[in-house]
Design a protein around this ligand. Structure first.
Ligand code: LLP
Length: 424
């Protein structure tokens, strides 16, 4: 099993674990993100369980949900972290994460970010270009340190996912071309302040089939063998993240089958496996709770205008992504209030501001809705567009609720701005 469903209907009310979402809305207001600690814990434990008895490191992809409470929970459960900025490194350290379990990915690492990561003593830099390698060697040399490195290699496989989140093709800005990898490794091996530790790849996100992972792994193993015949013996293979989740009717591989397939491919090679899952650990562990402000029937469509918007959850507007939308307290259809198709939209001034199209629901103004599977790339991609404060985040643990991020205050949204002294 990949995911325990901790958002279930009990007494005709959706609960997060043992807490009715109505209680959360009354106590903390809406819109808010609600997470289940049990779902998070079980996802991480279940992911790791597949690698019992072998060297492995699960590095949670911070970008998918960087809340300190979530990072801290995963750190306490033994996870490492995949970061892509100095900001994410600072979060991991503030959350009590172990720097020696951190991998640093990303195509644009600055010298300052490299220094901070070297200072902290991270596990590995996932280097994405020849120029980055030169810069890292310089920065490390200046500090009198040696930087542990993997090259992020582009295995040129089609991840069969949305083009915006497919990263392993030749045309992508990520990683180095497969054909160039050996050469760059040979250069790296000559650099005094670089230590070659691993090979890395990440082919995309929301991947719902095993085959792209297997194809990528095959290519990586061929490279590992070629490196070995050139005297470069690597200690770990980082297979990135990318396992999809079920938003609607997808059937992604479960963690156990994914792990079994990866173990089988690895065979008896004595290398550590590193993974960078994001969405698969947090996606289905969170919902966005919102309230219907207005019902607005028009000639062609029925709009349900809710108090969450594209600034809170950008995925529908940006990728046309589907999130299930459920009534927190489902109503029976009546003659005066039948089940009809609603456009679920927010208050932001953009036609692209929608959370769901054509959703069959029985609704009244004031009803609460749960936008499902919003734990990954929800809050982390939110913005203040239209000067909307970011939503609160609440963690539920059995029958307890904890505010893990307060709702932003409007005055804070412009606190860093300044008025010109004069306008002449
Ligand atoms: N490692 C690297 C180097 C990545 O770039 C990513 C995600 C991950 C790991 C984690 O991938 P995951 O396991 O979460 O699929 N905003 C998009 C997803 C962008 C993914 C970016 N990279 C969305 O909302 O679907």
């Amino acid at each position: 099993m990949t995911h325990v469903n901790t958002f279930t209907l009990k007494n005709n009310l959706i609960h997060a674990e043992n807490v009715p979402l109505t209680h959360i809305a009354e106590t903390f207001g809406t819109p808010c993100y609600v997470y289940s600690q049990k779902a998070l814990t079980q996802a991480l434990e279940c992911f790791s369980a597949g690698y019992q008895g072998m060297q492995h490191l699960v590095c949670f992809a911070v970008k998918s949900n960087p809340n300190l409470a979530i990072l801290n929970l995963f750190a306490r459960l033994g996870a490492g972290f995949d970061i892509v900025s100095g900001g994410e490194l600072a979060r991991v350290l503030a959350a009590g994460g172990d720097a020696s379990k951190v991998v640093f990915s990303g195509v644009g690492k600055t010298a300052d970010e490299m220094r901070a990561a070297l200072e902290a003593g991270i596990f590995c830099f996932n280097v994405e270009s020849a120029s980055e390698l030169v810069r890292l060697n310089d920065v490390a040399g200046f500090m009198g340190k040696v930087a542990p490195v993997s090259l992020r290699v582009n295995p040129n496989v089609d991840a069969k996912t949305h083009p915006y989140i497919s990263t392993g093709l030749k045309s992508s800005k990520f990683g180095v071309a497969y054909e160039d990898a050996l050469d760059i490794y040979l250069q790296a091996a000559q650099m005094p302040n670089i230590a070659v530790h691993g090979v890395d790849c990440h082919i995309g996100s929301q991947i719902t089939e095993l085959s792209p992972f297997l194809d990528a792994f095959d290519r990586i193993l061929a490279l590992v063998d070629a490196l070995a015949s050139n005297g470069i013996h690597i200690q770990h293979i980082d297979l990135g993240g990318g396992i999809g989740i079920c938003y609607h009717n997808e059937t992604p591989p479960d963690f156990a089958s994914y792990a079994a397939a990866m173990r089988e491919k690895l065979g008896n090679r004595k290398v550590k496996l590193v993974f960078e899952p994001g969405r698969a650990l947090v996606g289905n562990a969170g919902v966005l709770l919102t309230q219907v402000e207005y019902i607005k029937p028009t000639e062609t469509k029925n709009f349900a205008i809710v108090n969450a918007a594209m600034n809170d959850l950008m995925r529908p507007a940006l990728y046309d992504a589907y999130h299930e939308i459920k009534a927190v307290k489902p109503r029976d259809a009546t003659e005066t209030n039948p089940e009809i198709c609603y456009e679920i939209v927010g208050p932001v001034c953009e036609s692209g501001d929608f959370l769901g199209h054509d959703r069959k629901l029985v609704l009244q103004e004031g009803d609460l809705l749960a936008i499902m599977s919003a734990g990954a790339y929800g809050m982390s991609m939110s913005s203040n567009y239209n000067t909307r404060p970011r939503a609160a985040e609440i963690m539920v643990n059995q029958d307890q609720c904890h505010v893990i991020r307060q709702r932003e205050r409007i005055e804070d949204l412009f606190a860093l701005e300044a008025i010109l002294p004069n306008i002449t």
